[in-house]
Design a protein around this ligand. Structure first.
Ligand SMILES: C[S@@+](CC[C@H](N)C(=O)[O-])C[C@H]1O[C@@H](n2cnc3c(N)ncnc32)[C@H](O)[C@@H]1O
Length: 216
């Protein structure tokens, strides 16, 4: 089973959600993501939305935005419905990111948090291409991600720092280094591609779709 635990294992989902606020430095990385998504972004897509944490943070500062959250776990989507109860500005869609994205219209920003690393590397890459197509010119892709360490020692240091025994490592993790992913984004013609924030295995990768030709 590679990742499907999120759809069936209540204990795994509850354990993650109970710990979600405890990951050291997480709020710092999220703060940088919130700064990089334009305040006037009208439509925002969240890939692997979980309980809608990121959409909730974005909407708190952008009450007019329309959010769409995708996840393949009904357990997570149930938690998202609870978090975003009564919020008519957010649509939640059950979707397996291993499959091509459904047609959802264009977005001013596409965000994701600790989700894409569950996909096969080749699917990560093709998903980035689909994100590029979904964005309006000038749109922002911000992926707050669990990335690979350059060495086993640093991998163990990350688990020690988040106070998680390495034996609890998620078998559905398919961690990939920052440089490879930034290279893919550049090859897709994203601009301003960089790692905007990083702490050990937590990194914020951002690219901006080139703005269209301005008025003549
Ligand atoms: C670590 S949680 C992160 C949730 C949320 N984005 C957050 O930041 O708290 C990973 C999320 O990715 C979702 N996920 C993993 N593989 C997926 C897939 N193939 N398709 C859709 N969602 C997936 C899981 O269901 C889970 O909600």
């Amino acid at each position: 089973m590679r990742g499907e635990e999120w759809t069936v294992e209540k204990e795994k989902v509850h354990r993650y959600l109970a710990r979600a606020d405890e990951f050291p430095h997480r709020l710092e990385g999220e703060r940088v993501l919130l700064e990089q998504v334009p305040r006037d972004a009208g439509r925002i897509l969240d890939l692997g939305t979980g309980d809608g944490r990121l959409l909730g943070l974005l909407r708190a500062e952008r009450p007019e935005m329309q959010g769409v959250g995708l996840d393949f776990s009904e357990l997570m989507l149930g938690a998202a419905r609870k978090r975003l109860a009564g919020d008519g500005g957010v649509e939640l869609v059950e979707h397996d990111l291993a499959e091509p994205l459904p047609s959802l219209g264009r977005f001013d920003a596409v965000v994701s948090s600790f989700a894409i690393h569950h996909l096969e590397h080749e699917r990560k890459r093709s998903l980035y291409g689909e994100v590029f197509e979904l964005l309006v010119p000038g749109g922002v892709f911000a992926n707050f991600e669990h990335v690979a360490s350059p060495s086993r020692r640093l991998h163990l240091a990350f688990f020690a720092a988040i106070e998680e025994p390495i034996s609890n490592e998620d078998p559905s993790d398919r961690l990939l280094d920052v440089e490879t992913q930034l290279g893919w984004l550049r090859a897709l013609a994203f601009e301003d591609v960089d790692c905007y924030w990083k702490w050990l295995e937590m990194a914020l990768l951002i690219g901006v779709k080139p703005p269209g030709p301005g008025p003549a």
